[in-house]
Ligand binder design. Structure first.
Ligand SMILES: Cc1cc2nc3c(=O)[nH]c(=O)nc-3n(C[C@H](O)[C@H](O)[C@H](O)COP(=O)(O)OP(=O)(O)OC[C@H]3O[C@@H](n4cnc5c(N)ncnc54)[C@H](O)[C@@H]3O)c2cc1C
Length: 460
């Protein structure tokens, strides 16, 4: 069956860039979420023209095409839920140029996040979004998910850095959109429409990114609080103080307990820990900001404040935050890790609300995340071999989404909608907005061949 499609694909990309081996197809049935579904074929295109020919054929023959970066997505967005062809973009991984004078870098989508950072480092520049998966995830994946990270409150997310794109549209037309300028208001902002579109509108084949000069001085502090309210107030006060820290992370009491009991970390009882970093281009700049933050911690009754005096000490302070997710994940065989976000002033409400919800379902959980931009990561642990635990975890997550939306928040601050959150899209987006989103999808992809079944745009 479909032997002619296989032959045509091989003709386009070459035998060496095609596979329908079971072992490959099984690998391509997953990303980093719990979803899985096997594709029929996978290819590694090496240029935009090949992608164009493939999308032209897919549109005519009506088979699904699923673009894929490194498969680190946490929402099932790269899972080929209706079979079809996986377009693995990892062989389009050329760093085309770095133009410091123009403050930009031009890359192919398969470039790994950390490789771009390494290439920018000698110039004293960086690409700030900083996803924790940076060692493996691709810039194409970052663009398609609008990836963010720990420095979001100060530096924003991928969308803030995408100046222009080359995109292959369903049907095969190749479009260049956006510009190479720091500023442009010429026409609709189509480039940014593709950012966060999760491979549902087009396949990104080239990216023009704005880059930033890298701060050379950093100060790191950690503060403990015996009251969640005080910690929440400290966050609000910091964000009102005129200082924007480069990192402002919170760990809840459960996370502290789990780290103490399961990673032998020497952490005293506290209701919350806040990890904060300031940066600048001189030591004084970073220190002045940190002094102000320390004042705010004291005003809000922090019981202990420690400021790192060296890089090694800073690493020690980071240890709890860096270990939180992986240590908690050991408590059960499975976990759901969400990334809901609320307006900053609602962070304390979200923290206490999530605790109450998950306590009621008697499952282990931790909450940590980016307090500085209101983006929290509640992680609920369960055992997938126990149907009752699976059901309780599902209900807890359902309630977390509802609470988040009631607080004026959003289902996802950085991981995307994919399959995991597709059923909840209408909770956040009203019928008019859903209708406009579906019409946009129809304009770009009238035959729904590109990554179908994602983002709640069509019925499964
Ligand atoms: C340990 C871990 C930590 C993580 N930490 C973070 C974090 O801090 N912040 C964060 O935002 N995310 C994080 N993630 C999630 C994930 O790494 C990001 O969503 C990342 O941007 C996905 O990149 P990828 O290359 O793996 O894309 P994939 O997972 O392969 O694909 C993701 C989506 O992008 C689409 N896509 C990929 N390439 C293209 C292309 N060229 N054109 C069109 N569509 C394309 C796919 O179809 C899919 O919809 C983490 C994941 C893990 C496993």
């Amino acid at each position: 069956m479909n032997k002619d499609i296989k032959e045509a694909l091989i003709k386009i990309v070459g035998q060496q860039n095609f596979t329908d081996l079971l072992i490959d197809l099984v690998s391509y049935s997953y990303d980093a979420s719990d979803h899985d579904h096997r594709p029929d074929w996978a290819v590694w295109p090496t240029n935009a023209e090949q992608v164009s020919l493939i999308l032209n054929m897919a549109d005519k023959r009506r088979f699904p095409v699923i673009p894929r970066g490194a498969g680190t997505g946490l929402a099932g967005a790269a899972v080929p839920v209706r079979g079809g062809l996986v377009l693995d973009m990892c062989r389009m991984n050329r760093l085309i140029e770095i133009r410091i004078a123009d403050r930009l870098a031009v890359v192919q989508p398969g470039v790994v996040y950390d490789d771009l950072q390494k290439a920018l480092a000698p110039y004293g520049f960086f690409f700030p979004p900083d996803p924790a998966s940076g060692k493996v995830c691709t810039i194409g994946g970052n663009v398609a998910t609008n990836a963010g990270g720990i420095r979001g409150a100060k530096y924003g997310v991928t969308r803030d850095y995408v100046l222009g794109l080359e995109v292959v549209l369903p049907g095969g037309r190749i479009m260049r959109t956006g510009s190479q300028c720091m500023k442009s208001v010429s026409g609709y902002d189509l480039a940014r429409l593709f950012v966060g579109s999760e491979g549902t509108l087009g396949v990104v084949t080239e990216i023009i990114l704005k880059i930033n000069p890298k701060p050379t001085a950093i100060k790191t502090s950690l503060a403990r609080f015996t009251s969640l309210k005080d910690a929440g107030q400290a966050v609000t006060d910091i964000m009102h103080s005129g200082i924007i820290p480069s990192v402002l992370e919170v760990l809840d009491d459960n996370t502290i307990k789990v780290l103490r009991e399961h990673a032998n970390m020497d952490l005293p009882d506290a209701m919350a820990i806040i990890l904060v970093e300031t940066d600048g281009y001189t030591e004084t700049e970073a220190s002045v900001q940190m002094d102000k933050i320390t004042e705010i911690f004291n005003e809000n009754r922090a019981t202990h404040i420690r400021t790192a005096e060296s890089v090694e000490e800073a690493e020690e302070l980071w240890l709890a935050r860096r270990s939180a997710g992986s240590v908690a994940a050991q408590l059960r065989t499975n976990n759901v890790s969400e990334d809901v976000a609320v307006p900053i002033s609602k962070v304390p409400h979200l923290l206490t609300g999530i605790s109450t919800i998950v306590h009621n379902y008697h499952l282990p959980f931790v909450i940590f995340g980016h307090a500085g931009d209101g983006n929290l990561h509640p992680k609920v642990m369960y055992d997938s071999s126990d149907p009752d635990q699976v059901k309780r975890a599902g209900k807890a997550v359902d309630e977390i989404f509802r609470l988040t939306c009631e607080l004026g928040g959003t289902l996802t601050g950085e991981h995307g909608i994919g399959l995991s959150k597709a059923p909840y899209m209408t909770l956040e987006h009203d019928p008019v907005e859903m209708d406009v989103m579906r019409k946009i999808k129809e304009i770009f992809d009238p035959n729904n061949i590109l990554n179908p079944g994602k983002m709640g745009l069509d019925v499964m």
